[in-house]
Design a protein around this ligand. Structure first.
Ligand SMILES: Cc1ncc(COP(=O)(O)O)c(C=O)c1O
Length: 377
């Protein structure tokens, strides 16, 4: 599968749209919209009861998701959003008075509130200080004490695009017996987190942004070690081995991460995800990451040439991602003017946030940079 093959799948490109807003929500490819339509028709006047097909699709989807995350499918569970994944973690650790959690001061709220909610039990939440969108491992590790039980950071920060060294943090946490959790939504689908090799205990993400499927279906990775340690506060019929012996109320939990999928899941979003992931696995996640980082480096270089200074201008590639942010004059008005030219970015936390994906081209970046230059002049 080539980049041109992938571009053929996206109708918005044919309409001349330059869509650099994957950090907010990804476009649906024609493959995905066809599958969604097919599913709806099947449930309307086709088979109607298509649960067995769903089970096959669900299991294939987990295998493909595991491939782009670098983990085993048995360690993946579906959920509805990142917030609920983080709540499950926060509540399941049974933290006590004076136990400590470390997050950073620029986390998306989904990775903060579930932990602040534990303050009523006397748990302390500490905020590692960012520096202009950057988070050094030292800023996090310097807060660690003997009472630290959990560190939870974003793989990629939503306001700056800073990519954390999750291997370094994971290795440290594993050595100290601290649970290490990652909000992965702004990285997965653009970058390869290689979860099997970085001692992450928990990694939650959605499917609607860089993975370009539907809202309402998210997932989390949970390590074998944490599966057995986490106290499962909510259970349902599908949590148990005896799930389909409906009146056998035996309480032996399933051995893998699917024990956290308590009941019926979001089937149509799973079909959509299945279709979208085929593009990622067909193109290869390493190639996706390579294109994303090449686009970002090129974008930063071209912006600098025009006197526009991205937040991560002098950042090594290890800390870059698909997100490029920079301050811009009259941002609301100018974002609107760009949209009128069919160029789509975002305004976050007072700065412009542009997030091209692997299928976007240098030519599109040139067009965006030229338009930005004209707006400043
Ligand atoms: C870093 C980050 N985490 C989480 C989310 C979404 O959280 P939730 O799935 O809880 O709505 C977003 C954006 O919507 C985000 O940028």
């Amino acid at each position: 599968m080539t980049k041109d093959d992938v571009r053929e799948l996206f109708p918005h490109i044919k309409k001349g749209k330059i869509y650099f807003n994957h950090a907010a929500i990804g476009p649906l490819s024609k493959t995905v919209t066809d599958v969604i339509t097919g599913y709806a028709i099947e449930r309307s006047d086709g088979k109607i009861k298509n649960y067995d097909d769903y089970l096959t699709i669900e299991s294939e989807t987990k295998i493909m998701l595991a491939e782009i995350l670098g983990c085993e499918s048995r360690n993946l569970a579906w959920t509805d959003n990142v917030s609920n994944a983080m709540n499950m973690l926060a509540q399941g650790l049974n933290l006590k008075k004076d136990d400590e959690i470390i997050v950073t001061d620029i986390e998306f709220p989904s990775n903060v509130y579930p932990f602040l909610n534990l303050q009523k039990n006397g748990v302390k939440v500490k905020f590692a200080r960012s520096d202009h969108g950057k988070i050094s491992p030292e800023s996090i590790l310097s807060l660690v004490t003997d009472s630290t039980r959990l560190i939870s950071v974003s793989y990629v920060q939503f306001t700056s695009g800073w990519r954390s060294d999750i291997k370094k943090l994971g290795d440290f946490c594993r050595e100290r017996g601290i649970v290490f959790s990652v909000d992965g939504i702004q990285g997965a689908g653009a970058l390869y987190p290689d979860l099997n090799n970085c001692n992450v205990d928990f990694f939650a993400g959605g499917t609607q942004k860089w993975i370009m499927a539907l809202q309402g279906l998210s997932y989390f990775y949970i390590s074998d070690k944490l599966i057995n340690k986490l106290d499962q506060k909510y259970v349902g019929w599908l949590s148990f081995e005896s799930a389909w012996e409906l009146l056998n109320y035996d309480t032996k939990l399933k051995g893998n991460a699917s024990r956290f999928q308590n009941g019926t899941q979001n089937a149509i979003a799973t079909y959509a995800l299945h279709a979208s992931l085929k593009t990622f696995t067909g193109y290869g996640i390493e190639n996706v990451e390579k294109n994303v980082l090449e686009n970002t480096k090129y974008f930063i270089r071209e912006l600098l040439k025009k006197g526009i200074k991205p937040l991560l201008a002098e950042t090594p590639v290890e800390n870059l991602s698909g997100i490029v942010t920079f301050p811009f004059p009259e941002p609301e008005l100018n974002l609107q003017k760009l949209a009128e030219k069919n160029i789509h970015g975002e305004l976050r936390n007072g700065v412009f946030r542009f997030a091209p994906h692997f299928y976007n081209t240098r030519e599109e970046i040139d067009t965006v940079v030229e338009a930005l230059e004209k707006l400043i002049r």
